[in-house]
Design a protein around this ligand. Structure first.
Ligand code: BG6
Length: 467
């Protein structure tokens, strides 16, 4: 939080306040933030369609805050929170909620499904907003490139781009932010961070979580949109971007935008895969077939594991495949970026043994990195071995979501997805979606608790990428 913002009260107006997102993610995230940034002053207003009396709303806020033991901060927020029953898609309803917010700094947070968000944004264009209004939108931003473009146009009628906060909590991950320090402040890495020295890059986010009752959303999104479109492309852009002049929002987001504009998926039938989990066990937990999970429509053919190969057509990266992959119901968590270096041009004759290329693994959770190097092995000095140099990356006080909320309340869009980037992410994946819709890529299967279909290469291992 910047010094000048200390003690200024920002009103957080939550549209969709009675929904799951508000109580599961937003309010607990805010509570954590307030316990760390004790100077921060936030007034929380909830608004949604259902009639809810003030006590019921206050109980909801209290419950979410209790989850993270927010103590004194909770009392402060509970003291002046209010609920306004209103239809967010209707200008009159919105105006009532805005009247309750007053004239100071305001964040309007759309915790609504995408179609309703689009309507609410259209309605917002017809009301007068306080000058210092930030609009925050949860993912997904639209449902394809056209709808994202349309939504951007609508938003531009209400607030300037710098005041639009498209949320991607991965941009608040400390390891992602640490990439900036690691890459740009060490003489060691930047000179080799290009096609001359790097063979391929993997960005993997394999999780042990399953559907977890989210069929209403996930069964329509699938892993491609839920994870690759919404998160991993942004991580890729940070890994691949040119050194920005500063870490200010303009320089940083320009650098991200440049990578995304150069990114494409050539021949999706060849360079994408999809699969979904079948029954299995993850540790002690028995997991049913994805299609047997409550609320799932098997006819939608939704994937729970998606992998794409992205090419970045620019001078730095031409010819280097970026493999992005994310799956649910895995037997082991693997959340990492792996940089696979090229083998050396020549190994002196007489040095024997393994010549696995070097790699740099950056673990996204928990935050750490491992530089795996070829060295002279133990015993015979002329036989090669491997040495792993491992380090912890400094963590932050806030969870990624809290980090993002903090910059949102500061109205600093540095950690928000810019409008052009949101459109590019859809554009990059459209050929894949088309190929999948046309069934050009088979929907494979893997048992829950496994590491994906057995015919797929092992992802995210150090050394050379296996195929
Ligand atoms: C969310 C996705 O945005 O990110 C989830 O909707 C996913 O499906 C989650 O599990 C992963 O992020 P985290 O922070 O929970 O590891």
């Amino acid at each position: 939080m910047s010094q000048s913002d200390a003690q200024t009260t920002t009103t957080l107006l939550i549209l969709g306040a009675s929904g799951d997102l508000t109580s599961r993610l937003l309010l607990p995230g805010l509570a954590t933030l307030l316990t760390v940034e004790t100077d921060r002053r936030v007034r929380v207003l909830g608004s949604d369609l259902p009639d809810m009396d003030e006590d019921a709303w206050r109980d909801r806020v209290r419950e979410a805050f209790t989850k993270v033991d927010a103590g004194a901060e909770a009392e402060r927020v509970l003291g002046d929170t209010a609920y306004i029953a209103a239809d967010a898609t209707d200008a009159d309803g919105l105006q009532r909620a805005l009247d309750a917010a007053g004239d100071g700094p305001l964040v309007i947070y759309c915790a609504l499904p995408p179609q309703i968000t689009a309507k609410a944004c259209a309605a917002l264009a017809n009301v007068s907003l306080p000058e210092q209004t930030t609009l925050a939108l949860e993912k997904p931003f639209g449902y394809d490139a056209d709808s994202a473009r349309e939504l951007n146009r609508t938003l531009a009628r209400s607030v300037p781009e710098e005041r639009v906060f498209r949320i991607d909590h991965f941009l608040g991950l400390y390891t992602v932010l640490n990439l900036l320090g690691l890459r740009f402040t060490n003489r060691l890495f930047e000179p080799v961070w290009n096609r001359d020295s790097i063979e391929s890059v993997e960005i993997i986010y394999d999780e042990m979580v399953t559907l977890e009752g989210r069929a209403g959303y996930f069964d329509h999104a699938g892993a491609l949109r839920d994870m690759i479109q919404s998160h991993l492309l942004q991580v890729m852009a940070v890994v691949a971007m040119d050194p920005p002049a500063s870490v200010g929002e303009r320089d940083l987001r320009d650098a991200i935008g440049q990578v995304l504009r150069a990114a494409r998926i050539v021949d999706p039938a060849e360079h994408s895969r999809r699969a979904r989990y079948t029954a299995g066990s993850i540790g002690e937990r028995e997991v049913p077939d994805y299609t047997a999970e409550e609320g799932v429509d098997p006819d939608l053919g939704t994937e729970t594991l998606a992998e794409v190969q992205v090419d970045i057509a620019n001078h730095r990266w031409a010819g280097v495949p970026f493999i992005l992959r994310s799956g649910k119901a895995f037997g082991e968590i693997r959340k990492r970026v792996v940089i696979h270096f090229k083998p050396p041009a020549h190994i002196p004759d007489g040095l024997l043994g393994q010549d696995t290329p070097d790699s740099l693994t950056i673990d996204l959770r928990p935050d750490s990195f491992t530089l795996s190097l070829t060295t002279n092995g133990a015993g015979d000095a002329f036989t090669l071995g491997r040495t792993d140099l491992t380090g912890q990356l400094g963590g932050g006080q806030l969870e990624p979501y809290g980090e993002v909320l903090s910059s949102m309340l500061d109205a600093n869009p540095r950690l928000a997805v810019r409008g052009d980037a949101a459109e590019e992410c859809w554009r990059i994946l459209e050929p894949v979606q088309r190929a999948w819709d046309a069934d050009d890529v088979p929907l494979e299967e893997y048992p829950a608790g496994s590491q994906g279909p057995s015919s797929w290469p092992t992802a995210g291992a150090s050394g050379a990428r296996q195929s």
